[in-house]
Design a protein around this ligand. Structure first.
Ligand code: ADP
Length: 495
């Protein structure tokens, strides 16, 4: 193999290079095989074409190709870094040189063009530039191990107010008056051990306003003699922290208010308890004296006087019922209602029915119930609950119709739901919520009552961790439901 042949072989193997030969006008005369593959042309499409084929239109139109050939002809070579275009339209960044080829007599024989595809390098450089630009917008500062600021991005300028010129060379933590969450020595230890540290720090801006940042520091080991650098990325968390603090203080206020409310509720309950308790004795005396008056002096009074004494007696009885109801209502808050032990619901219901014996007999009420599940509530509280609901079902029955009451239980998710269905007068929709509030009663119904029965029921059920509600149809009856957690848990009343 001649040297010339070896050289040709070498050129044909240089895939990264594009080597073409042109005549004096720049028309292709030969090329190495890789050219066709790189630019996507067939040999037929390539032959006889001008160098211009490889240049984008705007370069062709600008006369740059002719200029390059002229320069090479004049100076022997012309080098350039420019975009070329493939047949597909895709661009390729090349670093190239055009060399004038001379005849032995010095006349111009043509040109040789050697190109190197540097597109990947350009792309990498561009992404590097884009990355640097993006980083510049972020709050990133590079600090020497000593703390001296070496690099300060536009993001830092925006966050802290200091320009790069002002910050450069300053000790970061002195300039920004940094307060670290842990001793700085510990931060240094973590940086050296794991190469990074992150935490929340407090700093001060140029305008003296505080700023809270979430910091992420990465240690970049320095070359042997140089000190290591720390790349610190800071994110402003001041608004988040402010919101968190506002929330915490609102929570604190709410806690105080709830506590205050509980305390005043408790005082109110204690007051109601004491007042109703103390009112009982004078009321009993007044009723006793009224009875005596009617018995011993009734004959001396005229008809009007006797009517008055009777009315006093009725009023005193109503007042006495009210005082009893207030006392019961207040007592519900005095002790724990939920229990760890479960109560035998059937037995408690029978106790309540016993207490209502005379009402049941007088009204000829029928009460139907099957087996009921044990419930997580104190027996006395459950008895009061049943007694109030049953008394109402009898009291608010349709005139001339014997009350029919049905008690059932069903399991719903984690609760037992007990239903007391009656065939009474029903409740208007606008009353179904109000009736559970103290002293809310439809007085036009004429039935005696203090308006505290259902409020007491609600208090009992709520304190035992359940709920009470009613569904009703006017004239057809109502169903009162109460739910209690099926798994017993202790719910305490206000102590
Ligand atoms: P009171 O019975 O002393 O008025 P409650 O708190 O027990 O007080 O009841 C409040 C009101 O709810 C009653 O005045 C009555 O209008 C209505 N109510 C309660 N239970 C029933 C019922 N089973 N059927 C119809 N209305 C009822």
């Amino acid at each position: 193999m001649t040297n010339n042949e070896r050289l040709q072989l070498l050129v044909s193997e240089l895939d990264e290079f594009v080597v073409v030969l042109c005549d004096t006008s720049g028309n292709f005369t030969s090329w190495h095989p890789g050219v066709l593959a790189q630019f996507g042309y067939t040999a037929g499409e390539f032959i006889g074409k001008n160098l211009e084929l490889l240049f984008p239109e705007e370069v062709r139109n600008s006369g740059a190709v002719e200029r390059e050939i002229a320069t090479a002809a004049e100076l022997g070579r012309a080098s350039d870094t420019c975009w070329l275009v493939k047949k597909s339209g895709e661009r390729m960044m090349v670093d190239g040189v055009t060399i004038a080829l001379r005849e032995p007599d010095g006349g111009l024989a043509g040109f040789g063009k050697v190109l190197l595809d540097i597109t990947p390098l350009t792309t990498a450089l561009e992404s590097g530039r884009a990355l640097a630009e993006a980083l510049g917008q972020s709050t990133v500062l590079i600090r020497r191990w000593s703390g001296a600021i070496q690099h300060w991005t536009a993001g830092c300028e925006r966050l802290y107010g200091w320009t790069a010129a002002e910050a450069s060379g300053k000790i970061a933590d002195a300039l920004l008056e940094t307060v670290f969450p842990i001793p700085f020595a510990e931060i240094e230890r973590q940086l050296l051990a794991s190469g990074m540290w992150q935490g929340e720090i407090q700093q001060v801006r140029k305008d003296r306003t505080p700023v809270f940042v979430s910091a992420q520091w990465v240690l970049v080991a320095g070359e042997k003699a140089r000190e290591p650098l720390v790349i610190a990325t800071h994110a402003d968390i001041t608004p988040r922290l402010q919101m968190q603090r506002d929330l915490e203080s609102a929570n604190e206020r709410l806690k105080r208010m709830t506590h205050e409310l509980e305390r005043s509720n408790q005082e109110l309950e204690e007051f109601a308890h004491i007042a109703s308790h103390d009112l009982r004795a004078p009321l009993t005396t007044a009723r006793w004296l009224t009875d005596l008056l009617a018995l011993h002096n009734g004959s001396q009074l005229d008809q009007e006087g006797n009517v008055c004494v009777k009315r006093i007696g009725t009023s005193l009885e109503r007042m006495s019922n009210l005082v009893d109801a207030i006392l019961t209502h207040a007592q519900v808050g005095q002790s724990a209602i939920g229990t760890i032990e479960e109560t035998d619901t059937g037995a408690v219901l029978e106790m309540a029915l016993d207490n209502l014996h005379s009402e049941i007999v007088t009204s000829n009420a029928s009460i139907e119930y099957g087996s009921l599940p044990p419930l997580a509530i104190q027996p006395q509280a459950l008895a009061r609950l049943f007694q109030n609901l049953l008394a109402n079902a009898i009291k608010y029955s349709n005139p001339g119709v014997a009350p029919e009451i049905k008690i059932t239980a069903r399991r719903e998710n984690g609760d037992w739901v007990i239903a007391l269905e009656d065939n009474g007068i029903g409740i208007e929709p606008e009353w179904t919520e109000r009736i559970f509030l103290p002293l809310q009663r439809r007085s036009e119904l004429g039935a005696a009552g203090a308006g505290l029965g259902l409020a007491t029921c609600k208090k009992i059920v709520t304190r035992a961790g359940g709920r009470i509600w009613v569904e009703s149809k006017i004239g057809l009856g109502s169903t009162f439901y109460f739910s209690l957690p099926a798994t017993p848990k202790i719910v305490t009343g206000v102590k």
